[in-house]
Design a protein around this ligand. Structure first.
Ligand SMILES: Nc1ccn([C@H]2C[C@H](O)[C@@H](COP(=O)(O)O)O2)c(=O)n1
Ligand SMILES: [Zn+2]
Length: 164
C-alpha cells in the first residue's frame, strides 16, 4: 500500500489522487499506476474540474483510473492470482477490469464513495466473482499526508470468502 500511496502522489488530479499497486503471489510488484490523462493527451490539455455546464468540460470522460493504468503497466504475462492494493475502492468499471484480468484480491484504503451507485455495483460484481476486498488500516495514508485518507471515516470492513 505504501507503493500505491507514493504512486498516488504523482497524480495531477486536484481533488482525488489515487494509486494502485499490483503484486503477484510471491508479493513481487508487477504493476503500478495512478489516475492521469491518457498517454499523449498532456495533463494540462484536458480539464481536471469535477463539474461544468457540459460533462465534456469535466475530467470524468478523460481520466484513466489508477487501476487501469496499473493493469496496462504490468510487466508480467498476466495478472492471474494477483492482489491489487489501491488507495480508493475500485469503481464499477475498474472492477470489471480487475475481474477480467484475473486479480484475486483487493486491498483498499479509502471507501469514501461507498454510497455511490457505481461502488455498490462494483461490490456486487466482486462478490459474485468471489473476489474478496479488505480495508487496510488508514494510518498509511495519515503518515504520508494524503488528504482523502485523513478525512475518511471508519467504515464497515467488507470481506467475502473466495469461491472454492
Ligand atoms: N477506482 C477509481 C475511482 C476513481 N479514480 C479517479 C478518477 C478521478 O481522477 C478521481 C476521482 O475524482 P473525484 O470525483 O473524487 O473528484 O479518482 C480512480 O483512479 N480509481
Ligand atoms: Zn475506476
Amino acid at each position: 500500500m505504501g507503493v500505491a500511496l507514493l504512486a498516488a502522489r504523482r497524480s495531477r488530479d486536484p481533488s482525488t489522487q489515487v494509486g494502485a499497486c499490483i503484486v503477484n503471489e510471491e508479493k513481487k510488484i508487477v504493476g503500478v499506476g495512478y489516475n492521469g490523462m491518457p498517454n499523449g493527451c498532456g495533463d494540462d490539455s484536458l480539464p481536471w474540474r469535477r463539474s461544468g455546464d457540459n460533462p465534456v468540460e469535466t475530467k470524468y470522460f478523460y481520466v484513466c483510473h489508477a487501476e487501469l493504468n496499473a493493469i496496462m503497466n504490468k510487466n508480467s504475462a498476466d495478472l492471474k492470482g494477483c492482489t491489487i492494493y489501491v488507495t480508493l475502492f475500485p469503481c464499477n468499471e475498474c472492477s470489471k477490469l480487475l475481474i477480467q484480468a484475473g486479480i484475486k484480491n483487493v486491498i483498499y484504503l479509502s471507501d469514501k464513495y461507498h454510497k455511490l451507485d457505481n461502488v455498490i455495483a462494483s461490490k456486487k460484481m466482486l462478490d459474485l466473482a468471489g473476489i474478496p476486498y479488505e480495508k487496510q488500516s488508514s494510518h498509511y495514508g495519515f503518515h504520508l499526508g494524503l488528504k482523502e485518507t485523513v478525512v475518511s471515516k471508519p467504515e464497515t470492513k467488507h470481506f467475502v470468502m473466495p469461491r472454492k
